[in-house]
Design a protein around this ligand. Structure first.
Ligand code: PMP
Length: 417
């Protein structure tokens, strides 16, 4: 392990919680160099919705590499990109009656967010933005400026300006009518709010603690944006690609954002890839106005195409995700019922689920106890107070039972001690 401690920057983080050297992985399991197996309820922070190295993607990927298919393509036309685009239109956009132009930004969530913010400013000619409390949108400066977490913001080293935070759904525990403050300051010429170009929102805040926005709240936000001429950006980097059930997390609200950011599980294989979906009338980019060397990760396009063909041509996966999500919720409720002395509650939607612990450090202690039982889980929320389950959607019922059993045991041990 010393090579990592000696050479790798202090910035490393996940490896500090899981100090073993991983070697191989399949489905929902990783294996370390000593042959120990770990159950993965972390799912590459949402990038492995279909598990590790699924054969149905590995085979076409190997075939593509073997025939010397283009690997690096910038934004050149390639057969792999063409197939991805037509499959995306046929399997995802058309059946949902969605019309979006597809931008390939640099292959990370943060780069998709930067593109979306730049484009919104260009379209509107305004520089101000609205973000939400406890939002997370990435670690580059623009994305950080719309992110809530003070530790992450602090890393910027410069003032993060041009965005005003508004309360996310339920920020006041239901004590404030939705958008009371937002609408008031928008309408009040004495409020000092700069006219916003756009709002950027997650439908379920992943890093912020698995806070789900209600359907009515999302619809209210869409309506407010339409009435006030504000662009609506949904950041579906973590909750898109089926994590909450449907392909897009906003589908349950029947709304159409103006701009959508997608990344993490879009390639299906954990290969870097990102998309910005833009309503056609807002595709006002000039050629090359946002570019980047790694926009054409063609092997990712290949696996993304096969992901769509394999999992998204019917609603089997969506239904299974909802069913498994309910199963997790039930198991979490049982854990809460069995440990009445400590205040806990469940959070999330679909297969993005968590337990919030009221005691300081408890969620982290449970996650580290779970690791002793060889289960990977992370924490979320401004104080890491939420134990976060982001298991691959393809996790079997037996694996879910096994991991949920470890979580129950870990909670019992931590709270009992
Ligand atoms: N937006 C959201 C909602 C995210 O959850 C994340 C990553 N956790 C990002 C953006 C940033 O993505 P990346 O780490 O790929 O830059």
């Amino acid at each position: 392990m010393t090579v990592f401690e000696d050479l790798e920057s202090q910035v490393r983080s996940y490896c500090r919680n899981w100090p073993v050297v991983f070697d191989t992985a399949k489905g929902s399991r990783l294996t370390d160099v000593d042959g120990n197996q770990y159950l993965d309820f972390f799912g590459g922070a949402g990038a492995l919705n279909y598990g590790h190295n699924p054969d149905v993607l590995k085979k076409p990927l190997i075939e593509y590499l073997t025939r010397d298919g283009i690997t690096h393509g910038l934004d050149m036309y390639t057969s792999a990109k063409g197939e991805f685009l037509s499959t995306f239109e046929e399997v995802i956009l058309k059946p949902r009656d969605l019309q979006y132009k597809v931008q390939f930004p640099g292959p990370t969530g943060a780069n998709a967010v930067e593109s979306a913010l730049k484009l919104a400013r260009k379209i509107s000619g305004k520089e101000a933005l609205i973000n939400f409390t406890n939002a997370f949108h990435g670690m580059t400066l623009g994305a950080l400026s719309v992110t809530g977490n003070s530790m992450k913001r602090g890393g910027a080293g410069i003032p993060l300006v041009h965005s005003t935070p508004m309360p996310f759904d339920n920020y006041f525990d239901g004590k404030m009518p939705d958008f009371l403050w937002f609408e008031k300051v928008l309408d009040d010429t004495g409020s000092s709010l700069n006219e916003p170009a756009a709002v950027i929102v997650e439908t379920v805040q992943g890093e912020g603690g698995l806070n789900p926005a209600r359907i009515e709240w999302l619809q209210g936000l869409r309506d407010l944006c339409t009435r006030k001429g504000i662009l609506m950006i949904v950041d579906d980097v973590q909750m898109g690609c089926g994590r909450t059930g449907p392909f897009f997390s906003f589908e349950i609200a029947g709304i159409q954002p103006d701009i959508v950011t997608i990344s993490k599980s879009i390639s299906g294989y954990g290969l870097p890839m990102a998309l910005v979906l833009i309503k056609p009338e807002y595709d006002q980019w000039g050629p090359g106005e946002h570019n980047g060397t790694f926009r054409g990760n063609n092997p990712a396009f290949v696996t993304a195409t096969h992901t769509l063909r394999n999992w998204w041509t019917d609603d089997t996966l969506e239904k299974e995700t909802l069913r498994k999500g309910e199963k997790v919720e039930e198991a979490f409720n049982k854990i809460i019922g069995d440990n009445q002395g400590t205040e806990m509650f469940t959070k999330g939607r679909g297969m993005a689920r968590g337990i919030q612990f009221e005691g300081e450090g408890l969620a982290e202690k449970v996650a580290s106890k779970a690791f002793e039982h060889r289960l990977l889980l992370e924490t979320a929320g401004p104080n890491d107070e939420v134990l976060k389950l982001l298991a691959p959607l393809t996790t079997t019922d037996d694996e879910l039972d096994e991991g949920l059993g470890i979580i129950a045991e870990s909670v019992r041990t931590v709270i009992g001690s």
